[in-house]
Ligand binder design. Structure first.
Ligand code: 8YV
Length: 319
């Protein structure tokens, strides 16, 4: 190629990664430099003559969009571990670097739910804290309970390692197949999902969204869960049927749902789940630390550079 390859970037990257991006000499960077979401026409215009694309998961790259892309477009580099994009081109993603931050967020939500942090925070903010009570606002603890991990990949395993020191007596995991090596240090047992749901006191959803997991948590699953169980989802909103979740919470089929991911995102502030006293929602902050977002940005840059120069990507989605 006689000219420098063009990489189109749909968003400003975290500061360190952004600085690196701006210092690249071997490629021409074109960037949608606003912190607001890129519109579809802007995205179409951006990829018209690009050789590589760095984008977010929320900017769904579908086949219609790819038809408008430059014939030179060689690589899509998503700044996410999730890759529910259209395939057909080399697709880079950012696994591993966000495992710790996402597992940390799962622990955060599990503790918030078990210790009724939402209620506590609301009482502080509304001035209804009141006199000290030995019996009000009591949560539960994890000592001697059963932990259930749904999806035993990097994030599921890291979550189990973080949670076991809280005193769980055992950990069950469900996955498409047993993972004996990953399970051994945790003494974790493989279980069918229904068996896991019947026994777990804390259920952490750590599986990818795909045709099998879309709407996986619906009424039939909530009916199996313990009424005292806590459900945490840091994976994808669409894995849970939210209408069913609302009904299940109203009917007391589970104790609390703590979600970092919802459908849609952002979830409207008047959505019944937002205002439900037994539902805690965070605004998709799973990977939102300085360290992790910079590492994701850097890995996305590495993937894009490798793609435009015809080299193997550091982290390529294998389909
Ligand atoms: C991203 C995520 O920050 O990596 C993922 O799959 O959900 C988050 O870590 C977000 O999707 C931005 O692309």
């Amino acid at each position: 190629m006689s000219r420098r390859p063009i990489i189109f970037v749909t968003r400003e990257l975290p500061s360190l990664a952004q600085r690196r991006l701006e210092s690249l000499a071997s490629v021409e960077i074109r960037q949608h430099n606003s912190n607001t979401a890129i519109t579809r026409p802007q995205l179409l215009a951006g990829i018209k003559d690009a050789d590589g694309l760095i984008c977010l998961l929320s900017e769904k790259i579908d086949s219609e969009l790819l038809r408008h892309a430059s014939p030179n477009l060689k690589v899509i580099s998503t700044v996410s571990v999730g890759y529910d994009h259209s395939h057909g081109l080399k697709l880079g993603y950012t696994p591993d670097v966000l495992t710790d931050a996402t597992a940390d967020t799962t622990v955060l939500l599990a503790l918030m739910a078990s210790r009724k942090a939402k209620q506590g925070l609301e009482s502080v903010h509304s001035g209804t804290w009141g006199a000290f009570s030995l019996s009000r606002g009591l949560g539960t603890q994890f000592t001697d309970k059963t932990l259930g991990i749904v999806g035993f990949g990097r994030i599921g395993v890291a979550t189990a390692h973080r949670l076991m020191p809280f005193g769980f007596k055992r950990v069950l995991y469900s996955a498409s197949r047993p993972h004996e090596e990953r399970a051994r240090p945790l003494n974790a047992q493989f279980a069918e999902l229904d068996e896991l749901l019947a026994q777990a006191d804390l259920v952490c959803v750590c599986c990818p969204l795909n045709a099998k997991t879309q709407g996986l948590f619906s009424m039939d699953k909530f009916r199996i869960m313990k009424q005292s169980a806590i459900l945490v989802n840091t994976a994808r909103g669409a894995i849970i049927n939210q209408e069913d979740l609302l009904k299940a919470l109203d009917q007391g089929l589970l104790a609390h749902a703590a979600l970092d991911v919802t459908v849609p995102e952002p979830i409207p502030k008047d959505h019944p789940l937002v205002n439900h006293e037994r539902c805690t929602i965070l605004p998709h902050i799973g990977s939102a630390t300085e360290e992790t977002r910079n590492a994701m940005g850097n890995l996305a840059i590495d993937n894009a550079l490798a793609g435009v120069f015809g080299e193997p990507l550091k982290a390529q989605v294998e389909l």
